[in-house]
Design a protein around this ligand. Structure first.
Ligand SMILES: [Zn+2]
Length: 227
């Protein structure tokens, strides 16, 4: 799982880096123009659409990594293809929205820096501070992938027998928060018990960027086989 979140985060970061490089080139073409001409050109160029277009191949690769990760958790046929496609599309929108926000920030930065006659080196340094830092890209990819996998597991759980047991799994260390500790200590529970005692956690985990999820309890499967 973490391999895959790492891959997704790296793809997303390389997409952002590519975008910053292109913005640097754009800045050079605008810098020596009069201020009003800079504004006219920037407005004529839909930076957001241009950047989203540039990033499409990266997003397609990112999307493929979601589809591949899914095979690990959902045996084919358990969740409908349409549901899965819809889930991946929603997750991709998270990235597109973040890229769009970054594009707007960059557009403003280009306008201000070009009008102020900033040097290419100073502009490049400012660009690195906008957008998404590596740790933020990691957190976003982690959260998105984990949430996506939890939603798929939730779909599977909803069509499982009501007596099936789940156990809260994930690290127990100094970063684990109190709510997650409580669920880790709760032991095996049915889906209905989880929904009443810890509502919403099957799909959301305990909090943003949570490393935990409800997993089918292996013991309950063994008990059933013995019975
Ligand atoms: Zn957690």
């Amino acid at each position: 799982m973490s391999d895959y979140a790492d891959t997704a985060a790296k793809r997303f970061q390389s997409a952002i880096a590519e975008m910053q490089k292109r913005v640097g080139a754009l800045f050079v073409t605008l810098r020596d123009l009069p201020a009003d001409e800079i504004m006219v050109q920037l407005q004529a160029l839909d930076v957001r659409a241009t950047i989203t277009g540039l990033l499409e191949p990266e997003l397609a690769r990112l999307q493929a990594s979601y589809a591949a990760g899914l095979e690990l958790i959902a045996p084919s046929g358990v969740v409908s293809g349409e549901v899965l496609e819809g889930l991946v599309r929603m997750e991709m929108q998270v990235y597109v929205d973040r890229i769009g926000t970054t594009a707007v920030e960059l557009q403003r930065l280009i306008a201000q820096s070009a009008i102020a006659g900033m040097s290419e080196a100073d502009f490049a340094a400012s660009v690195l501070k906008t957008g998404m830092q590596p740790y933020q890209a990691n957190a976003l990819a982690n959260e998105s992938l984990r949430k996506y996998q939890r939603v798929v597991k939730d779909q599977i759980a909803q069509s499982a027998p009501p007596d099936k047991l789940y156990i809260y799994e994930g690290p127990n260390d100094d970063k684990t928060d109190d709510y997650c500790l409580e669920m880790l200590a709760a032991g095996p529970l049915t889906y209905e018990q989880i929904e009443s005692q810890f509502p919403g956690t099957f799909t959301a985990g305990g909090h943003f960027n949570c490393r935990h999820s409800w997993e089918p309890s292996v013991r309950s499967d063994q008990d059933k086989r013995a019975a």
